[in-house]
Design a protein around this ligand. Structure first.
Ligand code: G4P
Ligand code: NA
Ligand code: NA
Length: 193
């Protein structure tokens, strides 16, 4: 997605060789027009396949793109909670996600009444690094007996192993941009065909 690459080159900051800061349009402040374009792009990637019935993401930074994707596909947007809400008195699907940055396990939770075996789910998230969040969300889809349309990722860090692990497990991954490396403060994209 060319407009996203340009945005990253102009506004992204390579904080280190592993971490890209994009808080001016994705992780803190949001660019609404870009989010709408991202939603359209994810919708295009699943066009022609089995009809998606639900978008699933994880709070917080996945929600904006999940919303615009759901708007485009005309389906509800469900976000897994990291902290159980006091109103979550229902039966829940729970999955453990290990955070490499925080070096701790945490539970993510989705109420059972919002996801079932009739659903065909498109997962959306902002970053793909080691894939912990994506596999946690896939586990929730599996617990529900639902099927997976794929995993839509805004920025895949291709030098980390999440993308490889997801593809090896047979899950379709739709990454809008793939980063090859972050070296000396510069962003290098994977050259696509
Ligand atoms: P993983 O799910 O792919 O294994 O990634 P990891 O545990 O490393 O990621 C933990 C958090 O850091 C996630 O956000 C993820 O989106 C974010 N993250 C990973 N790599 C980058 C990066 O290069 N740049 C930025 N800006 N974020 C990155 P989170 O803690 O769940 O927070 P939230 O933003 O969704 O609230
Ligand atoms: Na994030
Ligand atoms: Na995220």
């Amino acid at each position: 997605m060319e407009s996203l690459k340009e945005k990253i080159l102009i506004d992204g900051i390579a904080l280190s060789e592993d971490v890209l800061k994009v808080d001016s349009f994705l992780n803190h402040q949001l660019d609404p027009e870009l989010m709408v374009d991202i939603g359209k792009e994810f919708a295009k990637r699943v066009e022609g396949g089995k009809k998606v019935t639900k978008i699933l993401t994880i709070e917080a930074s996945g929600i904006a793109a999940a919303l615009t994707t759901g708007l485009e596909l005309g389906v509800p947007v469900l976000f897994a909670r990291k902290k159980k809400s006091i109103t979550m008195t229902d039966d829940n699907y729970v999955s453990q996600v290990y955070s490499f940055t925080k070096k701790e396990e945490s539970d993510i939770t989705v109420a059972k009444r919002f996801l079932n075996e009739d659903d065909h789910v498109l997962i959306v998230d902002d970053f793909l690094a080691r894939g912990a969040a994506a596999f946690g969300l896939i586990s929730i889809v599996e617990q529900a007996g639902a099927s997976l349309a794929g995993v839509g990722i805004i920025i895949e860090k291709a030098f980390q192993d999440g993308g490889t692990k997801l593809r090896e497990a047979g899950h379709p991954v739709y990454s809008l941009v793939r980063i090859q490396s972050l070296e000396k403060g510069k962003v290098y994209f994977v050259e696509e065909e």
